[in-house]
Design a protein around this ligand. Structure first.
Ligand SMILES: [Zn+2]
Ligand SMILES: [Zn+2]
Length: 283
């Protein structure tokens, strides 16, 4: 299956997102420019180059490609990688990777497993960090915010020349301001409680949110398993400030074409920004 490729214009620049999703089958989201993966839901050759992988929760449709990602990095002599995991499942995930490596007959994978909890952050690179928030799912699940810190010259120093600014910097003065830009939020699996509990995470420029169910008869099922139904999302659309809304995790109760038609008819007219599909039909 070819993954979907999205080009998302953000204040950081043109962000390339590669991925695919279906409830119960697989969700894979890759940001190749940042070498960052958000859920290794299935083995795919595009995943191993991701140096940092975030696992949102322990459901197999989000972690089915974990062993493949770690194994391929090892077999191809790629540099050590980081796997970020919700704290309650860190022991089991470490054991799983150790077992996989042992079954393969090789050395332990070169993956550092980092436990995180709600409110924690992880430095992705000098100018970006990841922050984690609890979602409204029925097992411990963390969503991820990708935050870009843009360093701008302090306005009161704008009249100085380059050498004068360099001199101030050498003297230990703080010459720049840290301007926080929330580039992307991945809400992982979540019921609609997240929209009420953490409206701030929906203010990012790109928001990836699940919309698993569409039929009125599936409303109870969505609530029971901590998933979002179309009827939960619709009243919130007018409040969303994001520039790009990426919908994913559609149930297999609908054909892909049906899902796309429902989204285009019911969601698109009520959302002011750009709407994108990440649902796919896996082989
Ligand atoms: Zn799922
Ligand atoms: Zn789940």
């Amino acid at each position: 299956m070819t993954l979907r490729q999205l080009q998302l214009q953000t204040s950081w620049g043109n962000l390339r997102l590669v991925g695919g999703s279906r409830a119960g089958e697989s969700t894979v989201i890759l940001l190749p420019q940042l070498h960052l993966g958000l859920d290794p839901g299935r083995a795919h050759r595009a995943a191993p180059p991701m140096r940092t992988m975030v696992l949102s929760h322990g459901h197999m449709d989000h972690m089915g490609g974990l062993g493949y990602w770690a194994s391929q990095r090892y077999l191809n002599s790629m540099p050590p990688a980081t796997l970020i995991v919700p704290e309650p499942i860190v022991g089991d995930v470490r054991s799983l990777l150790e077992l996989s490596a042992r079954l393969e007959g090789g050395q332990p994978y070169r993956v550092t497993v980092v436990p995180v909890s709600e409110g924690d952050h992880h430095q992705l690179r000098r100018d970006m960090d990841l922050r984690f928030f609890a979602t409204d799912h029925w097992v411990p699940t963390l969503g991820t915010q990708v935050i870009w810190h843009k360093h701008r010259l302090r306005p009161e120093l704008a009249h100085l020349s380059e050498p004068e600014i360099a001199e101030r910097r050498r003297a230990g003065d703080e010459v720049t301001l840290d301007v926080r830009n929330d580039i992307l939020t991945y809400c992982a699996d979540s019921g609609p409680g997240l929209l009420d509990a953490r409206p701030d995470v929906f203010d990012a420029e790109v928001v990836l949110v699940e919309c698993s169910f569409f039929r009125p008869a599936d409303r109870d099922r969505a609530a029971r398993y901590g998933h979002t139904h179309l009827a939960d999302l619709l009243p919130q659309l007018k409040n969303l400030k994001c520039r790009h809304l990426v919908l994913l995790h559609a149930s297999r109760r609908h054909r892909l074409r049906e899902v796309e038609a429902i989204i285009d008819e019911e969601v698109r007219p009520h959302f002011a920004g750009e709407l994108h599909h990440l649902n796919v039909d896996w082989d």
